[in-house]
Design a protein around this ligand. Structure first.
Ligand SMILES: CSCCC(=O)C(=O)COP(=O)(O)O
Ligand SMILES: [Zn+2]
Length: 207
């Protein structure tokens, strides 16, 4: 099996799992996986499609600027430039973007602060943080409609080979050195968002 076919399958597997969780409402979300380093190329989801459906036109190959490689009628994700920043600035191999109600609510609650920090939770180990007092901070950026502006803002917080960034009232992008790590970062973040919101709602009822 070619590297491209292997990576296609990896991304398709993730897409299938996330779709079963309803993490692609209303055609939202986009996924990317690196194919080559020099020059950079990666597979990205085609724009505007129902990501719960599986077809052989789900992904297309793009270059380091997010432009399609070769002739295609497919359009790369409207948010390809965010994945471009990740692959150009780090050694990440996979980048995942989803819209969930939980990540949108958290981004609105903490948007003015510019970030949310989690600590004292076992699942923080999913971020590779094993100390008892470890903290994980997720930046929250403004949802610029102009994607190059959004990507430039986003890029300021892309500093490591794995990470996560919330876009206010939009969604989360999580990335990692490979598909497993990106998925782990995404799932840990969504777990923490859900836990945090549930805790807040119980506290509200109890006081
Ligand atoms: C209906 S969602 C609006 C666009 C978006 O935020 C998204 O994640 C999906 O865009 P794409 O071009 O990747 O389909
Ligand atoms: Zn989006």
């Amino acid at each position: 099996m070619s590297l491209m076919a292997k990576r296609w399958e990896e991304l398709a597997d993730i897409k299938r799992v996330l779709a079963r969780r309803d993490w692609f409402p209303g055609t939202s979300g986009n996924l990317a996986i690196k194919i080559d380093d020099e020059p950079i190329s990666f597979l990205v989801t085609a724009s505007g499609k129902d990501k719960t459906k599986e077809t052989n036109e789900d992904f297309l190959l793009v270059d380091s600027k997010g432009q399609p490689v070769g002739e295609t009628h497919l359009k790369p994700s409207a948010e390809t430039l965010l994945h471009v920043e990740i692959f150009n600035k780090t050694n990440a191999g996979c980048s995942l973007h989803v819209h969930t109600v939980d990540n949108n609510v958290i981004s609105e609650l903490y948007g003015d602060k510019g970030s949310i920090t989690f600590k004292g939770q076992e699942i923080i180990k999913a971020y590779g943080l094993w100390d008892e007092d470890a903290e994980f901070t997720i930046p929250i950026i403004y949802n610029h409609a102009h994607i190059p502006t959004l990507a430039a803002d986003f890029a300021k917080f892309v500093k490591a080979d794995a990470g996560a960034i919330l876009i206010r009232n939009h969604g989360i992008t999580a990335w990692g050195r490979d598909a497993l790590e990106a998925k782990k970062y995404l799932e840990a973040s969504e777990f923490l968002f859900s836990y945090h919101l549930k805790l807040l709602s119980f506290k509200h009822v109890m006081v």
